[in-house]
Design a protein around this ligand. Structure first.
Ligand SMILES: NC(=O)c1ccc[n+]([C@@H]2O[C@H](COP(=O)([O-])OP(=O)(O)OC[C@H]3O[C@@H](n4cnc5c(N)ncnc54)[C@H](OP(=O)(O)O)[C@@H]3O)[C@@H](O)[C@H]2O)c1
Length: 311
């Protein structure tokens, strides 16, 4: 099969489009014919070797831990899916990913693809949606009527977080560049802070929850916009527990894994029109390096998708 792989950590020029063996299936695996995959910052962070202490990857490595496609074959213990089913997933990042014509994924990591959207749109959703859901609901327990500040509402994670928080009935404030304000309002933001024109820490206050998708100085300043007892939840840098205690506030940090239950619930929201994918750009498998380069700019509006093949 055709795959975009690396043989060594390094720049995007390490990505080679080449023939690779078909994945071999464990009993609980499903072989998916990939229609589309998408790029997340973790892909190029792994390519650069930033996660090698955490996950000892064998080379060559196929990246791409989002997939939408069709079940081609099932392992001997699989009971929930059959060949021909349309599925989507955020598979285990310790295994080879979906920048390829086929990927093997545990059936426990799969959900039925939402029926009202294309495979390209479905491939944009799993990783960022599990992240936003676990941060806002599982960790921060965001509820109706609460006030939330979501950093980078036009980003991959932020664009879904804004929609999920809005659907929950929260009051949503987000940060974005001037040219993206109308877009994030259309996703459901009540208030938008142009973070280039204004320091968000002067413009936002009394938040029950801040969702930090940026880290560094943005995280530091975020403490000041929380109300007493409010929660700072991050997916970038682990917030200081000492600082949280000193401020009388709470903190959380998550690094997500596969979660088919969330994908099932999310699929229903998508099919009800409560969440819509936001696609920044679409590339072919041959242009995987270009797709990662765009992600690495940190300026994409929504998700960068790689179209692999026909359903
Ligand atoms: N821990 C986990 O499990 C987990 C899961 C998913 C993602 N992450 C991490 O979370 C981060 C965000 O991921 P992502 O996929 O959302 O990234 P992304 O799609 O690349 O984010 C790009 C967006 O960020 C905006 N942005 C950049 N700097 C900003 C700032 N200072 N304030 C407000 N907006 C800003 C950009 O808008 P402008 O062009 O307007 O600046 C752009 O729209 C990455 O570091 C990723 O690795 C972690």
């Amino acid at each position: 099969m055709k795959a975009a792989r690396i043989h060594a950590y390094g720049a995007s020029s390490e990505i080679k489009i080449e023939d690779a063996p078909l994945p071999t299936l464990n009993p609980d695996d499903v072989l998916i014919r990939v229609v589309a995959t998408s790029v997340n910052p973790v892909d190029w962070k792994i390519r650069k070797g930033y996660l090698k202490a955490m996950i000892p990857y064998a080379m060559p490595l196929t990246m791409g831990w989002d997939v939408s496609g069709i079940v081609e074959e099932i392992g001997s213990a699989v009971t929930m899916f059959k060949p021909g089913d349309a599925v989507y997933s955020r598979p285990d990042i310790a295994r080879n990913g979906a920048y390829a014509e086929f990927v093997a994924v545990r059936e426990s990591e799969l959900a039925a693809k939402p029926s009202t959207i294309s495979h390209v749109e479905a491939a944009s959703l799993p990783l960022v949606s599990i992240t936003a859901w676990e941060a806002l609901f599982t960790t921060a327990n965001l509820t109706k009527g609460q006030r939330v500040l979501i950093h980078a509402g036009a980003g991959g994670v932020g664009s879904i977080a804004v929609q999920l928080a809005r659907a929950k009935g929260a009051h949503v404030t987000t940060t974005a560049s001037a040219g993206k304000i109308a877009l994030v309002k259309s996703l459901g933001a009540d208030e938008v802070i142009d973070y280039h024109a204004q320091d968000f820490s002067n413009a936002a206050k009394d938040m029950d929850v801040v969702f930090d998708t940026i880290g560094g100085a943005v995280q530091e300043k975020s403490w000041g916009v929380l109300k007493p007892g409010g929660m700072l939840v991050s997916i970038t840098d682990k917030p200081s527990e000492d600082r949280a205690k000193a401020e009388g506030k709470r903190s959380g940090f998550i690094f997500i894994g596969p979660n088919a239950a969330i994908l099932k619930d999310l699929g229903q929201m998508v099919d009800l029109g409560q969440v819509r994918p936001l696609i920044a750009a679409e590339y072919g498998l041959n242009d995987t390096a270009k797709a990662q380069d765009l992600s690495e700019t940190g300026r994409a509006t929504g998700k960068i998708v790689i179209y692999v093949g026909h359903p």
